[in-house]
Design a protein around this ligand. Structure first.
Ligand code: GLY
Length: 395
């Protein structure tokens, strides 16, 4: 028979479940707003940020039907310079924000048609991007393959190093007094007043809190005790990512992030000042599988080689798979739910790194006021609650 949960002594105002970058930024900003904050995760700073490339690609990753998300993405991109500077100054950890811009290129007629379509959508959305011929692309990125047929230069899409960002956020939380509970949260507890009151952890400890925020990335739908109709509809979307090392002796292999869609597969190469070159990413609906496969690595290297033939000379230093937290409309779920005391910060899908600054601000507002700020209202989790019954049609 399992023993009853033992209770921890102090009750925080907020308990964040999940210590990836979204949980960390939520906890940090909550603590900065004067809320006593705890965070439950066996390994804070882990999760998808350890795999992600860190593109801040609001413009180059624009998709049809995602105009509402675009506004939030742009709001977060605008906050990045100040956000990164604040983190660096407070913690001494530089999160590696780099204003390098992005070039999206086409290798064949289909890719070019796809990019032309993206360019038109960007223009209709009032975004800045410039069409370049193949020759112009190679002038700014000389290591590109001679076959590049044209491209889109986007000077406003930059990058950050997600691993360094995670380390800086852990340090910022520590400095702000966030109490880390290095254990999985197993079950949400709901009190008599139909209110979330805390969680029970994997070691049987009951952690009480005034409010609970589920920020567990792709695992967010697996916290037991959450009423069925409020479980976040988040699913894992696997991404395999490679890390190579560029030599420091000759100039940089690439000056900016280079992207392409090769035979329908999105591909990106993100060069860091440290010499790391990140090549990503597959997008696979395979449940919880995080196997790095020969096929995944082969396809990434084959496509990257078509784009930048010189990459085959580089040492391959890492191959890893992570899980994006996909949501039904590709947008995050932020703020209060239908259960008092339970909030969400999850479902960021392809945009978790980009949306980190705005998520911190939105969640601090939601936790201190109980309401979402105007910019985040479209992202309420309530949009996925059961639709109200339609009025009956007259006979
Ligand atoms: N935003 C890049 C990716 O999800 O692969």
């Amino acid at each position: 028979m399992s023993s009853p949960p033992h209770t921890s002594s102090r009750t925080p105002d907020v308990l964040v479940v999940g210590g990836g970058i979204i949980g960390l930024v939520t906890a940090w900003r909550a603590a900065q707003h004067g809320l006593a904050t705890a965070l439950a995760d066996p390994e804070p700073g882990g999760g998808a940020a350890q795999v992600a490339a860190g593109m801040l690609a609001a413009v180059t990753e624009l998709h049809h039907g995602e105009q509402t998300l675009l506004a939030l993405n742009l709001a977060s991109a605008r906050r990045y310079p100040e956000f990164a500077a604040e983190l660096a100054e407070l913690t001494g950890h530089d999160p590696g924000y780099r204003r390098c811009g992005t070039l999206a290129v086409a290798l064949d007629a289909d890719d070019r048609a796809h990019l032309r379509e993206l360019h038109a959508l960007q223009q209709r959305s009032g975004l800045e991007s410039e069409w370049l011929s193949g020759r112009e692309c190679r002038r700014i990125e000389p290591m590109l393959a001679p076959g590049v047929r044209g491209g889109l230069r986007v000077n406003g899409d930059h990058q950050v190093d997600p691993r360094r960002l995670a380390a800086a956020l852990v340090a910022a939380c520590e400095r702000a007094g966030v109490a880390f509970r290095r254990v999985w949260a197993d079950r949400l507890t709901v009190g008599r007043g139909e209110r979330a009151t805390g969680v029970v952890t994997a070691d049987g400890t009951a952690l009480e809190a005034g409010q609970v925020v589920v920020a567990g990335g792709s695992l967010s739908g697996r916290l037991s005790g959450v009423p069925q109709d409020l479980l976040p509809p988040v699913r894992p979307v696997k991404g395999q990512v490679l890390r190579l090392t560029m030599p420091r002796t000759h100039g940089p292999l690439l000056n900016r992030t280079v992207r392409a869609v090769v035979r329908g597969n999105p591909l990106y190469l993100v060069p860091r000042e440290s010499g790391e070159l990140v090549v990503g990413a597959t997008s696979e609906e395979l449940g919880w599988d995080t196997t790095v496969t020969a096929g995944g690595v082969y396809e990434l290297l084959r496509d990257a080689h078509e784009l930048v033939p010189g990459i085959t000379e580089l040492p391959l230093t890492e191959a890893r798979a992570g899980l994006r937290p996909g949501s039904p409309d590709n947008a995050p779920l932020l703020g209060p739910t239908g259960l008092d005391g339970l909030q969400l910060a999850t479902g960021h899908y392809r945009n978790g790194v980009l949306l980190t600054p705005v998520t911190g601000d939105v969640m601090a507002h939601a936790l201190t006021t109980g309401e979402l700020p105007a910019e985040a209202r479209p992202f309420t989790p309530r949009r996925f609650s059961a639709a109200p019954a339609l009025p009956e049609q007259p006979a």
